[in-house]
Design a binder for this molecule. Structure first.
Ligand code: ZN
Length: 88
């Protein structure tokens, strides 16, 4: 039998959204508790256009207040990462 643990996140506890550039892997962080964060049009490191990714993050900014303050708690469930063991 395989047992898997789940982790539940309450939207009210979410603070940071990360975007990782598909080209150069640089990561930008956005504090979603603040409504005034700005997603750049392009990656500040390599200049790749964020395009739809920018649109998705900005869309989240519009739904976040409702998800985090809903009368009925709205949560995200993720699988707990498997522990890694070292063979050294
Ligand atoms: Zn980049």
């Amino acid at each position: 039998m395989v047992m898997r643990r789940k982790i539940l996140f309450d939207f009210a506890d979410l603070r940071i959204l990360n975007i990782e550039c598909a080209v150069c892997k640089v990561q930008l962080r956005f504090d979603v508790s603040k409504s005034d964060f700005n997603v750049p049009d392009k990656c500040p490191s390599c200049g790749d256009v964020f395009g739809a990714s920018k649109h998705h993050i900005e869309g989240y900014r519009h739904v976040f207040p409702g998800l985090s303050s809903s009368k009925h708690k709205i949560m995200i469930e993720v699988d707990e990462p498997e522990a890694t063991t070292s063979l050294t």
